[in-house]
Design a binder for this molecule. Structure first.
Ligand SMILES: C[C@H](O)CC(=O)C(=O)O
Length: 270
């Protein structure tokens, strides 16, 4: 991609999100590498200008991991799209009506302090020492481009990692001592069970997601800061929704929370 391509693709996604305008195709040449896709993501962050309160991490399909040289991808979460439900309750979230929209039950880390790189790298011990806790949570994944997820990780990274928000629910009781398999999750959409899982679903669990995110951000001259949140990867599936949907997220060791899905409008995009 040329510098002009990067600018044009980033600007098209930022404008489409700002105006809640649906795109009928990827707006320009698709990046050929993840390095190019992150250049688009960084340009979009620069053009958008809103404060970032954290990051989402998603798995890369095993068939694509070798070609892309990664097992995870990441994307930013804007502060205004973070819903905090410390005791459970209901979050009213927005998605792009006619675009891609999905909810995902995710173990969600909150940083108690900056995650500084150490000589030994971002080890489990280094990460655990920087965490305030791991919470029940949900990603609101949405893009103005309905085919974004189907096109694949290069497209997803280019459009803000396909993120439109996060719910940070109650802290998981015993988060710092439980085995990953015993930290279970399930999501119901419109009253029907949509999927079940556990913290073991993203290979290596939440700490591996945070480690790969920290390495990714370091390479981009960024870092995880005190108060940041991290959506550590879907555990029960990618549950596609449309405005008007209602969902419930249930995690072992935490009160449940509910989600009301609304359409983003041009004065409150995602
Ligand atoms: C819907 C996203 O593009 C995928 C994702 O967030 C995940 O797999 O996790």
């Amino acid at each position: 991609m040329t510098e002009e391509d990067i600018q044009d693709v980033a600007s098209a996604f930022v404008e489409a999100r700002r105006a809640a305008k649906i795109l009928d195709a990827f707006p320009g040449p698709l990046p050929e590498t993840l390095a190019e896709a992150y250049q688009v993501q960084d340009k979009a962050l620069e053009l958008d200008g809103r404060p970032v309160a954290g990051w989402k991490v998603a798995g890369v399909h095993p068939d694509l991991q070798q070609k892309l040289g990664a097992t995870r991808i990441v994307g930013p979460i804007f502060a205004e799209n973070v819903h905090r439900l410390p005791a459970g309750g209901v979050a009213a979230v927005t998605v792009f009506d006619g675009g891609f929209a999905a909810l995902e039950a995710e173990f969600t880390a909150v940083l108690a302090r900056d995650l500084e790189p150490k000589a030994e790298g971002f080890t489990d011990e280094v990460i655990m020492a920087a965490l305030e806790g791991i919470h029940a949570g949900s990603e609101i994944a949405s893009s103005p481009l309905p085919s974004l997820n189907a096109i694949g990780p290069l497209a997803v990274v280019s459009d803000h990692g396909n993120n439109a928000g996060a719910i940070v629910g109650p802290v998981i009781e015993g988060w710092d001592r439980l085995e990953l398999e015993t930290m279970t999750s399930r999501m119901l959409v419109n009253g029907t069970l949509a999927g079940e899982g556990s913290a073991a679903k993203p290979s290596g669990g939440p700490l591996e997601s945070i480690r790969q995110l920290a390495e990714n951000l370091k390479a981009r001259g960024r870092m995880l800061k005190k108060g940041d949140i991290v959506l550590t990867g879907m555990t029960t599936g990618i549950h596609e929704v449309t405005p008007g949907a209602h969902a419930r997220a249930e995690f072992s060791g935490a009160a449940p929370f509910d989600i009301d899905v609304n359409a983003a409008s041009n004065n409150r995009g995602a």
